[in-house]
Design a binder for this molecule. Structure first.
Ligand code: ADP
Ligand code: MG
Length: 315
């Protein structure tokens, strides 16, 4: 790790094209291109660990599972998350192997099914707000709520959906394995933000229905493995203030204090840019002198070299 260690968080566009087919084949094709860009970072002599999102993928697994419930029992949401880590990780393993091989490298690549501990007293468990899975008619939604005890809510006039908690994780259960593996292996971990588990009174783990934001999972991982940088790769080259307005201003380098002020002014959309900025702040605060970078997948190398991206540092 001549130049340092980077945690790379991959957003939705690294796995799927916005208007592309939702098939596994289409995903693999996108992932292979993505891995070419990630390999460019490896070639610059950085040691990397990969985290990825899973929103659309886990949504489809859940939909398939719920649709087939008269034939075979539906899978709980934490299990759907574990399944998504497996197949997305598999695609990245294949893509990375191919990209590395094209550059004469044979670094092993492995996916770790990863559980993240979340606080069992997170307010979201009592009052969940994060919508997941298919839309239902009101009557059907109420029947499901009564039968399964799910929380169901009306989603912005589009129909009824199940809602779950969206807690910030406190611990990566498999972190020791990540540390051992990453010495000579590209590790894909905390996929989809990790499988959310709570610690029971007897010290065991229990999967829960919740969504962990992959940006917070990547941040926790970056802290735990003492990464030199947290790199959040998404669709936009830079975060902006007055986003999508005539006076939009792209942000180059901001301090934690500036980022906090922009959050207060409401510049970052909840559920998309806000968690990235919050994760960047958390990393920069915990690691004075180190930086969190938000940029696009295609500009990753330029951003590492300081040429673009939004960089967040403590001061
Ligand atoms: P990912 O799948 O990579 O996590 P998201 O779609 O969740 O990506 O978040 C990235 C998106 O956030 C951008 O594509 C952009 O449309 C949106 N966004 C919202 N607010 C801002 C902002 N202030 N600056 C830049 N992008 C923003
Ligand atoms: Mg997205």
């Amino acid at each position: 790790m001549a130049n340092g260690r980077i945690v790379i968080a991959l957003g939705g566009n690294a796995l799927q094209e916005a208007k592309g087919a939702a098939t596994a084949e289409a995903q693999l094709a996108v992932v292979k291109k993505t891995c070419g860009y990630i390999c460019d970072i490896v070639k610059k002599d950085y040691e990397i660990t990969i985290v990825h999102g899973n929103g659309p993928q886990v949504g489809r697994i859940l939909l398939a599972s719920e649709t087939a419930k008269d034939v075979t029992p539906a899978m709980p949401f934490d299990v759907c998350g574990a399944m998504s880590q497996g197949y997305i990780g598999y695609h990245i393993q294949q893509g990375m192997r191919e990209a590395l091989k094209a550059h004469g490298m044979s670094t092993p690549v492995v996916t770790l099914v990863t559980q993240l501990v979340v606080p069992s007293d997170d307010p979201g468990f009592k009052n969940p707000t994060k919508p997941i899975g298919p839309f239902y008619q009101e009557a059907e939604a109420k029947a499901i709520a009564a039968e399964k005890g799910y929380a169901m809510k009306e989603d912005a006039g589009r129909g009824w959906r199940r809602v779950v908690a969206s807690p910030v994780p406190t611990k990566i259960v498999e972190i020791d394995s990540v540390r051992k593996l990453m010495k000579d292996t590209v590790v894909i971990t905390c996929g989809g933000g990790g499988i959310p588990v709570i610690e029971t009174a007897d010290g065991n783990l229990e999967g829960v229905a919740a969504v962990i934001d992959k940006d917070f999972a990547a941040e926790l991982l970056a802290e735990e493995i003492q990464a030199d940088a947290l790199m959040i790769l998404t669709e936009v080259e830079k975060a902006a203030i007055n986003y999508n307005k005539p006076d939009q201003k792209d942000l180059d380098h901001i301090t934690v204090a500036e980022a906090e002020k922009y959050i207060e002014e409401g510049h970052f959309a909840p559920g998309s840019m806000l968690p990235k900025i919050k994760a960047a702040i958390k990393f920069a605060k915990a690691n004075p002198g180190k930086k969190a970078i938000i940029t696009s997948l295609y500009k990753a190398v330029d951003a590492i070299e300081g040429k673009t991206g939004t960089v967040v540092t403590l001061d």
